[in-house]
Every structure is written in C-alpha cells, then in structure tokens.
Ligand binder design. Structure first.
Ligand SMILES: Cc1ncc(COP(=O)(O)O)c(C=O)c1O
Length: 375
C-alpha cells in the first residue's frame, strides 16, 4: 500500500550540507540539531546518515530517547535541559549532555544523585531573552557548577536572535556580550553559532564575511557550532537563497494527480467557490491537503512543479486535496507526480507564499506523509 503523497528524503543532500558546515567552520566541532524529528525529516535516519558527528542536539529528553532506542551512540544534547528534577537521572543514564538555562535546573542538579558526572552546557542570555541565565549570574552559576561532583565538563552557550541580519543592532549587542564573556573566561569552550551565523562567514569570501566571525572573532577553535536548518537545505536568510549558500534540498515533497476534470467558464472550484474559471479550463486534483501540513493560508499565489513547469494552486486547500490549473498543460495526466517543494520550488519559496519560513513547513509536515529515504 502506498500513499499518493510522499516526502523523499535525500540523504546524500543531507551529507552534502553537513560538508558545507565543515567548510564554513573547519576548526569547530559540529553538533547537528535534529530536534522536532530532524525538522520533519526523521531524526533516526538523520543521525544514522551522519556517523561522523561528535554529538547531536534535540529539544528534550523524549526526543533523545527515540534516538537511544534506535541505537544511536553519540552524546545527545538536550537544548531545553531537564523539565523536571527526576529527569536528571534518566538523562545521565542515557548519555545525554544537558543544557542549564535557569537556576531551578541547577538546584535540581544539586539534589540529584547521578551514576556518573554529566556534561553541562550553561546557556547564557545575551539578548534574545528566551532561555538562559543572565550574564550577571554567569560567574555565580559557574562557581556553583564547578563545586558539584555531578558535573564533568562545562561548555558555555548562547543563542542569536538576529544572526540572519548581521547588521541588526541586537546582533551586534550579542556579539559584544560574547566578546566580553570570552575575555572574562578565556579558557572556556563556547557554542554560539546556528546556521545563519555559520553561513555568515564564507571561507571563499563569495559571501561578504561578518567581521566579528572572521579571524580572531568570536568563533574559536574547539568551539561547537549548532547547525539546524542549513543541514536540511533551507536558507536561514530571507534575502539569500539556499542554492546561493551551496545547500541542497533534502526533502522533496511530491503528490500525485488523483483526478482531472474539464470546467466551463463560470464553474467554481472547491470549498467556498473562491476560484471561478474565466475560460474553459482543465484542473487536476492532488492528494495533499492541510492534514498533511500543506497550509490552508496563502498570502500570495502559490504553485506546484509538474512536467517542468509551474502550475498555480487554485481554490481553497481541503483536508486531503488541492487543485491546480492545468489548462495550458495538456500533457498533464491522471497519475502524474507534482513537486510541492524540493528541487524546483524550494521550501523557502513555498514558505514565502504562505507567509512563513522553511522551518515551519518542514517540521509541520504531518506523520501521515510517508518519508521515503534515498541515498
Ligand atoms: C538553541 C538552538 N541552537 C541551534 C538551533 C539551530 O538553529 P538553525 O536551525 O537556525 O540552524 C536552534 C534551532 O532553533 C536552537 O534552538
């Protein structure tokens, strides 16, 4: 039994994108971010495709346990840390590294009896104001951690709010905060860079370098970089396409035509009769809808790719289907496959049409779309 909508996952593209990270950050260690089921691609397959990775990052313990049950051996970083005191034990038993972003987690750790000491990533709020201890608390948090027998290693981390806009004042402010932390704790290994920050420094200089990241900048040898979206071949920038960053799309979302029909001028299509034929038309129905994660909300014209050209999506998106106008493409037939996003229509373009970002489309693809893994 096969569905007429599939997400092909091109693992060779995933590996290629990992190599782009290596090129951009040749001195650093890489921790691929495979939370949210590897941004919808399947975390177990993603981890298995990168046996050379030193560690992986997920959001929380349950996501790490999925990887452990599948036999993944590398350390797994919990980016949100533990959400209950008793999770410390399970996290350590499962060889997880754990973020501490608040004093409450540190207090739970103090009270925990662990089988072995744990690697802590101490998250500092340098301006994003989401998770992280304040810079002013850093010294005290470090002192507390260094005294604990439960702690093996401490790495400092922070997260950028605007790395995709390197000139943004907040980005500059965060860089400055990181520089000061470096000066104060020169011996500490740090992790700051997500995809946008990694891609801001291009060794070939094709992309203008972001000065604070160039030589002597904040990303130093032995530091960890945390790429997510770039591994999946989507761009973190609104003004630079993935292909311009030399990234390849990993997910190719495809759907088949399950019906074709001829319409007279004036005939309407779909719920609410929002699209009306202005000429005798031919339409096709594709087996994908909002229950698959294909957003019902469009902000601009959207399209699918079929027989080497774009065809507009018309009318409202239903739960299981969308309709396309194929009037000018007589070669389009029942059973043909259309690309929803992937090679010809990037997920970033598809995202723009619905007023969102590639991250949301990829991670929002629902479970009923089978993932088909290709090497
Ligand atoms: C703490 C942290 N690090 C790294 C990443 C990866 O970011 P990106 O997917 O933009 O590379 C994320 C993603 O949201 C994150 O939350």
């Amino acid at each position: 039994m096969t569905r007429d909508t599939i997400a092909e996952i091109h693992l060779s593209a995933f590996q290629h994108n990992y190599q782009i990270v290596q090129l951009q950050a040749p001195q650093q260690k890489i921790i691929p971010v495979i939370k949210a089921d590897a941004y919808g691609h399947g975390s177990v397959a993603a981890a298995n495709a990168l046996p050379q990775a030193d560690a992986f990052a997920v959001a929380f313990l349950e996501e790490a346990l999925v990887l452990r049950e599948a036999g993944i051996q590398q350390p797994i970083l919990l980016l949100e840390g533990v959400n209950h005191a008793d999770e410390w034990l399970l996290a350590v038993q499962n060889n997880c590294w754990v973020v501490i972003h608040g004093q409450h987690q540190l207090d739970w750790l103090k009270k925990s009896k662990l089988e072995k000491p744990v690697t802590i990533w101490l998250k500092i709020n340098t301006g994003m104001n989401r998770l992280g201890i304040e810079v002013t608390q850093l010294e005290s948090s470090l002192d507390q951690l260094k005294k604990l027998p439960q702690v093996k290693t401490i790495i400092l981390m922070t997260h950028f709010a605007c790395a995709d806009e390197p000139q943004h004042p907040l980005h500059q402010q965060q860089l400055e905060a990181i520089r000061k932390i470096r000066q104060q704790f020169p011996e500490m290994i740090m992790s700051c860079a997500n995809s946008a920050a990694i891609l801001s420094q291009d060794p070939s200089n094709k992309i203008p370098p972001n000065p604070p990241f160039s030589k002597g900048g904040i990303m130093q040898q032995e530091d960890w970089v945390r790429p997510g979206i770039m591994l999946y071949g989507s761009s973190p920038f609104s003004n630079r396409a993935a292909v311009a960053c030399q990234l390849k799309p990993v997910m190719h979302l495809k759907s088949r035509i399950i019906a074709c029909r001829e319409l007279n001028r004036g005939d309407a299509v779909g719920y609410g009769a929002t699209w009306v034929a202005v000429r005798p038309s031919r339409i096709a129905v594709l087996a994908i809808g909002y229950a698959d994660g294909y957003s019902r909300v469009a902000q601009s014209q959207r399209a699918v790719w079929i027989h080497d050209r774009c065809c507009p999506v018309i009318g409202r998106v239903s739960m299981d289907t969308i309709m396309i106008d194929v009037t000018d493409h007589p070669q389009v037939q029942l059973g043909d496959w259309a690309e929803i996003w992937g090679e010809h229509i990037s997920v970033d373009q598809a995202a723009k049409a619905v007023g969102t970002i590639g991250y949301e489309l990829l991670s929002g693809l629902t479970r009923r779309v089978p993932r088909v893994y290709l090497l």
